[in-house]
Design a protein around this ligand. Structure first.
Ligand code: GDP
Ligand code: MN
Length: 362
């Protein structure tokens, strides 16, 4: 019982929760976070914002995955922050760790070389495990097999806008498989052979390639305006990718044999360990090849931050209605930087924009 803090005596129910975790959202969907125990506070901060902006009205469940056992503290506090049910999964070491077909000696040489060259995360094997897991395995984890849709959330991100409609419903009704908010160029040093390896697979499986695929988004090299950074035409891939720390996607797309076989092909080449392939370009190339361009959606109405980039909606109404709070000037948004691929997406992408979707559903 409270003894010293006056407020707790005055409002005796201040710390009681009677949370009805019954899901109200109508989709078979989950909020998904891969996270370490050490990131508890950042995880809670992301959850608080997404709950306030969106999920408190829907009570979608949260799935947390980890290559280590979650602590009791992690489970207690994240369950407290969630409005829906929470599920905690351990990742099988055989799935997470370096696979048997990787030559450890060769990998260590590569890691050393990447470290010496100062390539971002080049020195980290756990980062490589994470990228490979997010590229080819998260959607097969037993806890995620239950669902059709996921919203990937990372610790320490920000959501700047009220989410006034259910994005999962939007995706389903509009036959989308993937939604993103930020698209930028990858560091070419991290993926020297990714394009070549992916292209091998695409060439071997012409029947897997979608009729109206969006591979041109990744392969075209002409600049659409002088605002864009130069593109090296010798690479075959212009490095444009969907930033995967935010994703709203259809799990069945990834579980489908086309994407699965594509991942297996990439994995056999060991690029996740001999180089430092990120899951973002891996997802992106698979999506561009196997989905039709209209199935990939830019959520232009969502405001988001992941270190070090902000993106916010560009229209006035998002702010005059109080729906969004953008913490930075628009010319500082990642959307308008030379390495952004947003303009390129608008040119080659879905070309389908639904107007007033939020307003109609609000
Ligand atoms: P960055 O966004 O590329 O800088 O990489 P992060 O450090 O944010 O990692 C991406 C995601 O994977 C985040 O959700 C992390 O919490 C998670 N993550 C990264 N490494 C590990 C790891 O070794 N174990 C676990 N369980 N999660 C990890
Ligand atoms: Mn991150």
């Amino acid at each position: 019982a409270p003894t010293t803090i006056q407020d707790l005596t005055y409002w005796p129910n201040i710390n009681t929760v009677d949370r009805n975790r019954t899901q109200l959202g109508r989709e078979n969907a989950t909020l998904y976070m891969l996270v370490r125990n050490s990131e508890l506070h950042e995880a809670l901060a992301s959850m608080r914002e997404l709950e306030d902006r969106f999920n408190h009205k829907h009570h979608y469940p949260w799935v947390f995955l980890n290559d280590d056992e979650f602590t009791d503290e992690f489970k207690l506090l994240t369950t407290g922050m969630a409005s829906g049910k929470t599920h905690y999964g351990f990742i099988d070491p055989n799935v997470w760790n370096i696979p048997p077909h990787t030559n450890i000696t060769k990998m260590l040489e590569c890691v050393q070389d990447f470290t010496a060259r100062g390539i971002i995360y080049g020195d980290s094997i756990s980062y490589r495990n994470m990228c490979r897991f997010n590229s080819g395995s998260f959607f097969k984890h037993p806890l995620l097999l239950e669902y059709d849709w996921y919203w990937r959330v990372e610790p320490g991100v920000h959501f700047y806008c009220d989410q006034r409609y259910d994005p999962f419903t939007f995706m389903r009704e509009n036959n989308k498989v993937y939604g993103f908010v930020v698209t930028i160029r990858e560091y070419p040093e991290t993926i020297p052979t990714l394009w070549k390896t992916a292209k091998e697979f695409f060439d071997q499986h012409p029947d897997y390639i979608a009729a109206d695929n969006a591979l041109d988004f990744a392969t075209t090299t002409e600049k659409l305006s002088s605002d864009e950074a130069d593109i090296d035409p010798t690479l075959g891939y212009n490095m444009c990718h969907f930033w995967s720390n935010f994703e709203i996607g259809n799990l069945n797309f990834f579980r489908n044999n086309k994407y699965s076989e594509y991942f297996e092909h990439l994995d056999k080449s060991n690029g996740f360990y001999y180089e430092r392939w990120g899951d973002a370009p891996v997802h992106t190339l698979g999506l561009l090849a196997f989905a039709n361009r209209s199935q990939i959606h830019h959520f232009s109405d969502i405001g988001y931050y992941h270190l070090p980039f902000h993106r916010c909606p560009h229209d006035d109404a998002s702010y005059s209605t109080g729906r969004c709070l953008c913490p930075t000037n628009h010319n500082e948004l990642v959307d308008f930087q030379p390495f952004s691929c947003l303009q390129r997406w608008w040119h080659y992408g879905g070309r389908q924009f639904l107007f007033n979707f939020n307003n109609e559903k609000a």
